[in-house]
Design a protein around this ligand. Sequence first.
Ligand SMILES: Cc1cc2nc3c(=O)[nH]c(=O)nc-3n(C[C@H](O)[C@H](O)[C@H](O)COP(=O)(O)OP(=O)(O)OC[C@H]3O[C@@H](n4cnc5c(N)ncnc54)[C@H](O)[C@@H]3O)c2cc1C
Length: 462
Amino acid sequence: MQYDVIIVGAGVSGSYMAHDLATKGVRVLVLEAGRSFTRDTYPRKEIDANAQLYWGGGVELNTSATIALLRPKVVGGGSIVNQALMDRFDNIALDSWRAQSDVPYFSEAGLSAWYEAAEKDLTIQDVPESTRNGNAEIFAEGFKKCGFVCKPLTRAQSNCRFEEGNDCIECLAGCRIDSKQSTPVTTLRRALRAGCHLVSEAEVKSVKHSETSVNVSGTLSTGAPFSFEARKLVLAAGAIGNSRLLLSERFNRKLPWLGKGFYTHPQYMVMGLYDREINAHKGPLQTYKSYDPGFRLKGFKLENVFAPPVAISMLVPGSGVGHLAKMKELTRMSCIEVAVRDTHAGRIRVNSDGKAFVEKELNGVDRERKTEGLKAIDAIFRSTGAREVVPGKLGIGLHLMGGLAMGTNAKTSVVAPDFKLHGFKNIYAADSSIFPNAPGINPSLTIMALSKMAASLMLKEL
Ligand SMILES: Cc1cc2nc3c(=O)[nH]c(=O)nc-3n(C[C@H](O)[C@H](O)[C@H](O)COP(=O)(O)OP(=O)(O)OC[C@H]3O[C@@H](n4cnc5c(N)ncnc54)[C@H](O)[C@@H]3O)c2cc1C
């Protein structure tokens, strides 16, 4: 087949770009390293889901092994495993992006039409307070008692049918009732109907380019090699995936900022142990978000969140019988996490085998933000009668951002404001890798909006 555009990665950005291009008649091929699942085939057990839906068998670590990096590897990418919380960026985030990148459209006004267009591709709802579970009750009560502000979450979901006893925590391994608006039931599905081709279990390992075309090659999960050519290439392999691919091909010779400026919003889960049943795993996974202007200014947010037992067991400190005793309290555990808007950039590197590794630490400012967040969590748990507060022993990086930062200066950025790599006419990126710094807000909706903007610029050229 002759393709106009090849997209590497069928995650959030890849699916949105595929949709906007294919529905306009562009011949698109999407190559995705992960497997393709449907609501009937998602892994049923948490441990299988970790192994089958993520790179690295579930968890990868930064070089000091202090942050667990969760990197999706599945058709639909992060939209399959994420909590589907949708937020537009505020001026605090966009002003800081504009200051760092010099890109003029990073403002609420500059992005508003693209946000609107992205929101139309999904069903988005406020999570109703009427269905909140015990964990959400503690969150709301603690916020009130401590004088903090929270409000209901906005989520990409159509009908979670909680009255039928659905537990949303399951949908972190793929939604079995197709309520969560993962891209295989939204944009990617419509792209495929419009004629887009998708090859799953196809890991791209090499990218070659000329003035007029690009060639990508790699291997299928069977070990069979593949090679495809097109007029243009979209890198949508996520922050680590894009850097890994380009660093392996030594694009850093022309793009000195490649792999730099990596952020994760490091998150720290804290468990509150109560004498009563909380059942944080029942019903909606989360109902509230912190909406406290003081928290935003201090550079953190709190999340009303829980995790399935394998994940919780990795966070609960101790070993042997002590650990088991704590895990037996699972149904009496509440959980709140602090997500830090990190200021200290990490760096993605690639070793001689082509394996990516991530240098990422907190600096003094980030540690202070974390401490302030942990203090607020402690106050919430104590004010609502927790018997014990147990901080998780590992940071978690879910929002993997940067490595191909957007900006006008080719010395301090990788992607230009027209979404092309500096100096390359036919290689584009619009996913989480182009974030200039950490916004401190859920990234997906902005990735969707930027991908739509990139697709429209590309369409004009095509
Ligand atoms: C548990 C969890 C919860 C989250 N919750 C939220 C939330 O509530 N709200 C929110 O906004 N964000 C959330 N996020 C983050 C959000 O999902 C990501 O920011 C988003 O998915 C990033 O989109 P992307 O297009 O950049 O990359 P991804 O969606 O990660 O897609 C990249 C895809 O590229 C593929 N790929 C990589 N390398 C190659 C290669 N060489 N060849 C072929 N394919 C390749 C990967 O397998 C992957 O499928 C969460 C993330 C996690 C892990």
